[in-house]
Design a protein around this ligand. Structure first.
Ligand code: HPA
Ligand code: ZN
Length: 326
């Protein structure tokens, strides 16, 4: 069976990766020591053992606690560099990387420190690894729109270091409408727009992400299948969904990979892509996501080609790069 080799070797884009979710326990412990930060776990093994999640919130609680070891520009650089080295090995030729500045600025880390560390690693990856990559700033939806506006203000001196904004964190009870004004401002600024919707939240959140926030892609979006008219619209308008199979199983959006709806999404003509979300927490980087869903679902080489092709179509890379990869 040559499918695993194809999945591994095919060039692909990763469009849904939270850089704080790439922080491996080993690096987390090293940074904790370097910065004199106490972690509430005695060892790497004990920390990994705590990665048993029952839903999105139970993951987010641990994920935000883990990010507390990040203090200096070097820390942010080391984390992003480790991800980009891994991505290059997996034949990721394009990465659009989320970061959550509010998780850091709320702890007294300067926006400039976060952005300098991350964007320095990206610049190095373009040069040394040949990976095309850019940053997308995410607003935390459990915080207020006012807080998002302040975050945007703090980020504007670094406007050339990120290409867009997204919306992540606790979905239920925090509909896209809550961020209508700040997304309108970002749109005026010419930023690309994306939002998490329809992961745990209802299909209505996918509709309002499109109609109220005017996003260009939906992150996750798997609950769209509950609304057939919405599925038809997503297919007709070729709105990409950045699906994260291992994440969905770890956060109990689907109870087993065999139950995942990726195959259905493709069969209905949706521009679905495969992504890792938070690889250090969910048991695998991009290629392990491909391997896991191709093992569990009736997907073949045609689907592999389709998913890679969708990832380039859905990316915000330059038109020339997209033509080259596509
Ligand atoms: N959903 C919402 N917020 C997140 C996620 C996710 O999958 N990963 C990191 N922050
Ligand atoms: Zn995500």
């Amino acid at each position: 069976d040559r499918l695993p080799a194809l999945l591994e070797a095919m060039p692909k884009a990763e469009l849904h990766i939270h850089i704080e979710g790439s922080l491996e326990p080993e690096l987390m412990f090293r940074l904790a020591e370097r910065n004199g930060v106490a972690l509430p776990y005695p060892s790497v093994e004990a920390l990994r053992a705590a990665y048993a999640f029952k839903d999105l919130q139970s993951f987010l609680d641990i994920y935000y606690a883990g990010a507390s070891v990040l203090r200096t520009e070097q820390d942010f650089h080391d984390m992003a560099w480790a991800y980009l080295v891994k991505a290059a090995q997996e034949h990721v030729v394009r990465a659009e990387i989320f970061f959550d500045p509010q998780t850091h600025t709320a702890r007294g880390v300067e926006m400039g420190t976060v952005v300098a560390g991350l964007s320095g690693a990206l610049e190095r990856a373009r040069r040394e690894l040949g990976v095309s990559c850019d940053l997308i700033l995410c607003f935390l939806r459990h915080l207020s729109e006012e807080d998002a506006f302040q975050t945007l203000e703090q980020a504007l001196p670094y406007r050339d270091r990120f290409i867009g904004v997204g919306l992540d964190s606790s979905e239920r009870g925090h509909p896209p409408e809550k961020f209508a004004r700040v997304f309108a401002r970002c749109r005026e600024l010419g930023l690309h727009l994306v939002a998490h919707a329809g992961e745990e939240g209802p299909p209505e959140y996918i509709r309002s992400a499109l109609d109220v926030l005017h996003v260009e892609r939906i992150d996750h979006g798997v609950r769209c299948v509950e609304d057939p008219a919405l599925v038809r619209r997503l297919a007709e308008q070729r709105v990409p969904l950045t699906v994260c199979p291992l994440s969905n199983v770890k956060l109990c959006v689907f109870s087993r990979m065999e139950d995942h709806n990726l195959g259905q999404l493709l069969a209905r003509g949706l521009v679905a892509t495969v992504n890792s979300d938070d690889p250090a927490y969910f048991g695998g980087y991009l290629n392990q996501n491909f391997q896991a869903c191709f093992e569990a679902l009736p997907l073949d080489a045609t689907h592999a080609w389709q998913l890679a092709s969708h990832s380039f179509e859905a990316s915000f890379a330059d038109a020339a790069d997209k033509r080259r990869w596509h």
